[in-house]
Design a binder for this molecule. Structure first.
Ligand SMILES: C[S@@+](CC[C@H](N)C(=O)[O-])C[C@H]1O[C@@H](n2cnc3c(N)ncnc32)[C@H](O)[C@@H]1O
Length: 195
C-alpha cells in the first residue's frame, strides 16, 4: 500500500498512535527557551504542537498532506480557542511555495523519515528558503538499522544533506516502541540554520 493511503487509513480507522494532547517533551522544553515568533510544523498531524505553540503566543503554520489530519487539526485548534494563530495547510511537505519566509522555528515530529531521498532534498531546500538565519529546526526521526534496507532515514544522508546551510547542535538517540510492534532506533536532532 502506498504511504499516503496507509496514513489516510490510519486516520480513518482512528489508529493514530501520535494522537496525544501535548507534543513530546523535547518540543515543550525547546518552546520554553525560545521567544514566541513564527513557527512551521511539518507533518503536523492533528496539530498538537501547533496548538501548544499557539497557546504560548506563536503564529504557526502546520502542514500535512492527509485531509483527515488537517480537518481534525482545525477542529482542535478551534476548540482550544487558538485558531486565529494557526494556519493549517493540506500539502506535501516537499512543496511549500505557498509559504513565505521568515520562520523563527521549524519542527518535524515523525514526518521526514518517510521521505525518499529526492523528496528529502526538496524538503531541505524548503527549510533553507523559509528559516531565518539562526533559527532552530527540531527533527524527530526513525533511523535505519545498520543491517536494514531503506525504510526510514539514513543518518549519513540526513547529516550530509543538512550540512548545507545548517549545523547540528545536538542529537539524542533512543528507541521508539509503538504498541506491540518491534522497537525502532530513533533520534532527536537539533539543527540550527547558519548565520
Ligand atoms: C507520525 S505522524 C506525527 C504527526 C505530528 N507531527 C505529531 O507529532 O502529532 C506524521 C505525520 O506526517 C504526515 N506526513 C507524512 N508524510 C508527509 C508528506 N510527504 N507531506 C505532508 N505530510 C506528511 C502524516 O500524514 C502524519 O500526520
Amino acid at each position: 500500500m502506498k504511504k499516503y493511503e496507509h496514513l489516510e487509513e490510519m486516520y480513518e480507522s482512528g489508529s493514530v498512535p501520535w494522537d496525544e494532547t501535548d507534543p513530546p517533551p523535547e518540543v515543550i522544553d525547546l518552546a520554553a527557551k525560545l521567544p514566541a515568533g513564527r513557527a512551521l510544523d511539518l507533518g503536523c498531524g492533528y496539530g498538537r504542537a501547533c496548538i501548544y505553540l499557539a497557546r504560548l503566543g506563536w503564529q504557526v503554520d502546520g502542514v500535512d498532506f492527509v485531509t483527515q489530519a488537517i480537518d481534525g487539526a482545525k477542529l482542535r485548534a478551534d476548540q482550544a480557542g487558538v485558531s486565529e494563530r494557526i494556519n493549517f495547510h493540506q500539502s506535501p511537505v516537499t512543496q511549500l511555495n505557498f509559504l513565505n519566509k521568515p520562520y523563527d522555528f521549524a519542527l518535524d515530529v515523525g514526518c521526514a523519515h518517510g521521505l525518499i531521498k529526492y523528496e528529502f532534498k526538496a524538503y531541505h531546500q524548503e527549510l533553507l528558503r523559509l528559516l531565518k538565519p539562526g533559527a532552530v529546526f527540531l527533527l524527530f526521526a526513525h533511523l535505519n538499522k545498520e543491517t536494514e534496507g531503506k525504510n526510514w532515514i539514513n543518518e549519513n544522508d540526513l547529516l550530509l544533506i543538512f550540512s548545507q546551510g545548517f549545523h547540528l547542535e545536538k542529537v539524542e538517540y533512543g528507541q521508539t516502541q509503538v504498541k506491540d510492534q518491534d522497537p525502532w532506533r530513533s533520534a532527536w536532532f537539533w539543527f540550527r540554520k547558519d548565520l
